[in-house]
Design a protein around this ligand. Structure first.
Ligand SMILES: [Zn+2]
Length: 483
């Protein structure tokens, strides 16, 4: 066995020059397109003005049409909203999913088809007082463009548009590459009709390579390919010992309250060093860049003297190992505490699952652990279960090698393969619907982007390099012989 090549052969020098020139020349128009999108407050949460999401979809249709590359451009809504609470309260009719933009052109002559994914909806602006500039008025300060959605993910939308314009300028208006542009309108509301939408539009969306532009980079100078995502399992854990509360002075010492078995059960989830101790929860084994525990302590704002938990490299703990956290409990408040033995208590448990292990398998392991570790014969129930699978890119695939070359040429720096400790559930939906597609998770965010927070911003140098790299990748795919 030989090691897989680290990257594909370099791009032809004159093509590369042409791409770089066009990417640079198109930048002012792209920033203007982005500014126009940011001015539309397309918050997809049900409590917000949904006509703005429609307006922003219409603006994306205009952008897609302007590339001159698509046979068909339209707004599509899933027939199902995916959320039971989403029915129209006036008519009782189930409402439709949010407007997505779908633009397609067919592949020819054995060339691959690429799907370009981004989303045009945004998070609410949150507390206006915390914004230094108006959230829906794009504002340039230094090298950064500020505004809600300026990065997440309207920058992803315009990166695809700009890269397509470069492709057309370099290879002409009739390339053999198949292209699907899919710009979702409800990612920030949980992509609730996403799986249904993928099934309904399966044939229109089918692609060999999927480029998701909704993630971040290692720094403003170094690109990243997001290669792993953790999955998640959350549930409500209830422990009960008594049919009703009793006086703790009368019965304490002989009758078990529910809190002590709950505490012991929760404590059993970890070894003394903080490493998860649930048999059957797996870890992924992969290399990680160096990060010191001091840097971790600074970034996560540890109090003085507090030690990190877990074992192994710091980033490996956050990217490749499972973690178990208790994020809430239903118990009497301290102010309302009376001298009684608590008959029942509940906790919300949040588990991050290592990439490569299914959320269902991880849940089964935790379920077994809970049932065999609860003391005093206390009754346990698990309810409100929510699971999302993680994701593991096969980085030996040819599309990753192509992307690595394109990023090196577009950024002038070797890309870092990174994991994400959080979950992007729609990525596993994509992988499930299109098991043969190679999925590349990229984006134009950087560590200072503050997506979802006040003062969200996009670094314009990252935008420029991201567009250049994606355009190089599209040109390479357009010239790639599948046979
Ligand atoms: Zn996003």
């Amino acid at each position: 066995m030989t090691e897989p090549a680290q990257s594909a052969p370099a791009t032809d020098a004159s093509l590369l020059d042409a791409v770089r020139e066009q990417a640079h020349a198109g930048l002012p128009a792209t920033i203007a397109d982005l500014s126009r999108l940011v001015r539309i407050p397309s918050v997809s949460w049900p409590a917000f003005d949904q006509s703005q999401v429609q307006r922003s979809a219409e603006a994306v249709v205009e952008l897609a049409t302007s590339t001159g590359l698509f046979d068909d451009v339209r707004i599509v809504r899933s027939a199902e909203s995916g959320g039971a609470d989403d029915a129209d309260s006036a008519t009782g009719e189930p409402s439709l999913g949010q407007p997505a933009v779908l633009a397609t052109r067919g592949a020819r002559d054995g060339r691959p088809t690429v799907m370009l994914y981004a989303h045009h909806d945004v998070q609410p602006q949150g507390d206006d007082a915390l914004w230094e500039t108006p959230p829906f008025e794009p504002t340039l300060r230094g090298e950064r463009l500020y505004g809600r959605g300026a990065a997440d993910d309207k920058a992803g939308v315009v990166t695809h548009i700009a890269a397509l314009r470069v492709l057309r300028a370099v290879l002409g208006d009739d390339p053999d590459l198949g292209i699907v542009l899919f710009v979702e309108g409800e990612e920030e509301a949980g992509s609730r009709s996403f799986a249904t939408f993928l099934r309904e539009q399966h044939d229109a969306l089918a692609a060999d390579v999927i480029i998701v532009a909704d993630s971040d980079n290692w720094s403003t100078e170094v690109p990243a390919i997001t290669a792993t995502l953790r999955g998640n399992v959350t549930f409500k854990l209830t422990v009960s010992t008594l049919e009703h509360a009793s006086h703790s002075g009368m019965f304490g010492g002989a009758a078990p309250d529910a809190m002590i078995p709950m505490a012991r059960l929760l404590a059993s989830f970890h070894a003394p060093d903080g490493q998860p101790a649930v048999e059957g929860l797996r870890s992924y084994d992969g290399p990680v860049p160096e990060r010191s525990t001091d840097q971790l302590a600074a970034e996560a704002a540890f109090l003085p003297g507090v030690q990190p938990v877990g074992t192994g490299p710091v980033l490996g703990r956050m990217w490749y190992q499972p973690s178990i956290t208790v994020t809430g409990m239903d118990i009497p408040s301290v102010a309302n505490a009376s001298n009684t033995l608590l008959p029942t208590v509940s906790a919300r448990v949040s588990v991050r699952v290592a990439p490569g292990q299914s959320a269902r398998e991880a849940f089964d392991a935790i379920d077994r652990h809970v049932r065999s570790n609860v003391p005093f014969g206390a009754h346990v129930t698990i309810s409100d279960l929510d699971t999302g699978d993680g994701f593991l890119v096969d980085t030996r695939g040819w599309a990753v090698q192509e992307a690595r070359t394109a990023m090196r040429e577009g950024w002038g720096a070797e890309p870092v393969e990174q994991g994400i400790g959080g979950s992007i559930p729609f990525v596993s939906d994509l992988a499930q619907q299109f098991p043969d597609a190679q999925i590349l998770i990229t984006g134009v965010e950087d560590p200072d982007t503050r997506a979802h927070s006040p003062n969200e911003s996009l670094h314009l140098g990252v935008l420029h390099r991201g567009i250049t790299a994606e355009a190089i990748l599209l040109v390479r795919l357009a010239l790639r012989d599948q046979g």
